[in-house]
Design a protein. Structure first.
Length: 233
């Protein structure tokens, strides 16, 4: 009886373990890269089913940079940061997002930059491949965030995505809207994109705002349907 019970519980234990990989603040870069490659493979498996021309799956690498999570087309890599390698200035930014709570600020970093934003960069790859001349930075970010949210929502990380949504609602009470009164949000983002990249407080305001809008959009359907509709346009 004990052996039978153990066998019944084993798949549950594996499932729970799988759900605890990403969306955490990593100290071990090898484990971060391994978990990221696992989810990248899953994303690209879905992508190749929709369009076999997406052949080469990108690989995750450790590369802590002020851009935090970003894609490099020249070597087809998703570049990821470690908390311990962030500058004190960037770490302080995350503490600010948590209203000065350092432990919670570190968790916010893990949830988004060792988790959520990996799929967003994969969404960018989809768009850059199909629309090589895409110049509207705001729309590009919005599309990538849609794919990321739909993908995570259907994955083993749906609970972690919900946690990110809860974080976003709190964060947006902390971050001021950088768009001047009377100015169009999309136009402002497009005109000031390079400057915004140098200011994480302003740049991440747009990312978190888009996240909230998309997460709450009841008109969006499943990942496969949205992706297929995009690819056949």
């Amino acid at each position: 009886m004990k052996k039978v019970l153990l066998l019944l519980l084993l798949p549950v234990a594996i499932s729970v373990s799988a759900q605890q990989k990403l969306f955490n603040t990593y100290s071990d870069s090898a484990k971060l890269v391994s978990a990221a490659n696992e989810i990248t493979g899953s994303f690209f498996m879905k992508l190749k089913q929709a369009d076999p021309s997406y052949i080469q799956t990108p690989r995750a690498v450790l590369n802590t940079d002020t851009r935090l999570v970003f894609y490099l087309a020249e070597n087809n890599t998703i570049n990821l940061p470690l908390w311990s390698q962030l500058s004190p200035t960037l770490q302080s930014f995350f503490y600010k997002l948590a209203n000065g709570d350092e432990a919670e600020g570190k968790k916010i970093f893990g949830a988004f930059f060792n988790g959520y934003f990996i799929a967003r960069e994969l969404g960018h790859i989809v768009q850059f491949t199909k629309e090589k001349g895409m110049t509207n930075k705001y729309k590009a970010a919005y599309f990538a965030n849609i794919l990321a949210i739909l993908f995570w929502r259907e994955s083993a990380y749906s609970k972690q995505l919900e946690k990110c949504y809860n974080y976003v609602n709190s964060i947006l009470k902390t971050l001021p809207d950088p768009v001047p009164a009377g100015e169009n949000t999309e136009d402002y983002f497009q005109k000031n994109y390079e400057k915004l990249l140098q200011d994480p407080q302003k740049f991440e305001y747009f990312q978190f705002s888009q996240f909230k809008t998309i997460y709450e959009d009841k008109s969006l359907k499943g990942f496969d349907g949205y992706l297929n509709n995009y690819l056949i346009r």
